[in-house]
Write a protein of this length. Sequence first.
Lengths: 293, 448
Amino acid sequence: MSEVALENKKNTVQKKKKWKLSQLIGFVILLVVTITMLSPVWFMVTTSLKTTKELLLFPPTIIPKVFAWGNFSELFTNTDIKFGQQYMNSLIVAICTVIGTIISSSLVAFGFARYQTRSSGFMFMLVLSTLMLPYPAIMIPQFLLFMNLGLHDSLLPLILPSFFGSAYMIFLLKQFFSTMPDELYNAGRIDGCSEFRLYWNLTLPLAGPALATVAIFSFIWSWNDLLTPVLYLDSQENFTLPIGMAAMLSSKFRLAPWNLLMAASILSVMPIVLLFAVAQKRFVEGIVLTGIK
Amino acid sequence: MNKKWMSIAISLTLVFALLAAACSNKEKTDGGKGEKVTITHYTIDSPDRTFVEKLIPDFEAKHPNIKIKVTKAPYEQFDSKLQSSIAAKNAPDVTSHWGYGGFMEYYNKDMLMDLSPYLEGFKASDYNIPDDVMDIYKVDGKTYGIPLNSYVTVMLYNKDLFDKAGLPYPPTDYEDKSWTFEKMVEYAQKMTVDSKNMEEAQYGVDFGFGERDQRPQYFGANVYSDDTWTNGGKPSEINLSKPEVVDAYKTLYGLIYDKKVAPTPAFSQSVSGQFGDPFLSGKIGMSVVGSWSLAAAADFSFNVGVAAVPQSPKGDVRSVLYVDPLFVLKDSKHPEEALEWIKYLITTEIQEKSIELSGGNPPVNQAAAEKYYNNFEGIDPKGIQQVFDGAYKYGFESYNHLISNYSQINELFINELAGVENGDKKVEEVLPVIEQKLKDLLARVNKP
């Protein structure tokens, strides 16, 4: 009996040891992967703190010899760059786009999810088919439209389209709204809810995760968009961040200011990181619930 | 309830309609003579181009009836913004081929205005522009562009590496017959440390003479038939299978793989990133490069010198000239006023001022050249002048300004020659492939 007990104990110890080893290997692998993934971020941060002379050193220094914190303030003080103005414009465009996309897409998605008519399937296909149109195909006609409306060289052409729905977001939200039980809506109707209140007071509060996903996606798309602002904006005071940052690389006649560009990159990823940190829980739920990545 | 929603919808529609109407009623195009007209100057968003904004107040004070508006785009998006604004009938008045496309591409797309009718009384000599430079942008006797800046190809060298190898500095005089291609290779061999260890490795020469299809010209060979330069940039024959062209490419890429004195693309990218110039890393002895690299000379972490491109083994083209012009686009409603602005930019006073404001753009106005040569700290102005004089004498205009649909042609060369540059393929196997693809491409794009 005691021998068996001893054997069992031995087995447990061995098992424990084995598990620990695998844990260690896993840990090492994770560490290597983490370092690999973080190295570009490290490169971005250190480059942003280097002086112009140090940028050209080879091999590159891993830690800057002199920490040039002034690079960050230069972004805001250098009148050629106008970083602060561009940051503000990008924020205005991105926030308005998020609001527009959420209002318009959720309303349309609600319609498609809750009301069935003979043509609703066809209409939904029609909406989805607009996903097939690449932006360059509608670029010129849309440009002409906004030109004729006199909105060229303002932020409105970047914001207004979001108030007319986005097929991708409509699809995403419709998937979510379709999963809500009919009983809920029937109960609402019995209690005297109008159709709009069913949308406003019932659907939207329950759709938090899906709306968070829509908000994050539309924010990132608008924040990173370069082509549309380049087409519509002429005056420097209207430029958005991607234009400003692309312009820093424009000159083939001199060294690209990589240190300023990296400082700008750090500041420009901040809103996305913050947004993700705030909405992370809901965002992940949204991906799970709508099945969209 | 329904009524309420209906009324909201109707009022919203009305608001939008009013807004649209109000916006579209904005002031229309500027009127005829005597009234103030706006000239749009479209450029790359980079300090050496956007400095023109600082010249506007002075110009507008001298020309009260003209207002200048500068619009800009990053380099990569320059062409797409230009194309879309032309399509939307919102084209700028004044611009240049600052994107990927060149003069002939613009010309063949019928984007440019013939300036000849407005140039009566205009003499290039009044602006100290040499006649042959002025002629670059003429087709069939009609002027389509006014030169603004003239860049050349120069040799930059790293004085520190020369000193370390105990070599004399290369000469600035193009007439110095001792400065030959072989001599350059010999110097390069003495400076090269061909090592797998990136920290030790350094190379003698990086021969970046023009774009890839123009490089054989240095060796006395021409990729395109001669009619290309007179028929609007449409080559009737491609000479890639001619022995002199094959030999030229073999000599060129032999610098990397036979002589091992030039850096591989992998080395260049690892020391300077995808688009960077490996010379800046301080690990290249001599670099044959466009003179715009001079503008960054003050930032280099080593001492730099300027020299003549060595004498070619055959042929006499030793420099690629990049004369940047200003065009007036065809849709411009105010070509005369646009031309006033262009003329202002090439006056001696403004060209001198532009050198300083731009950080070192080489003026086309030769009276301002003196100031340009004195602009680079630590480099002897007389040396720079000698190099520029020689480059003009032995120069040939850059192919990308002269050949139609150049961006596509250039991309083909870059993609196909990558195999040779990486050492995976031989020149002899790649050139016939390029020849065939190029013929197909030209047949397609140059269809009458």
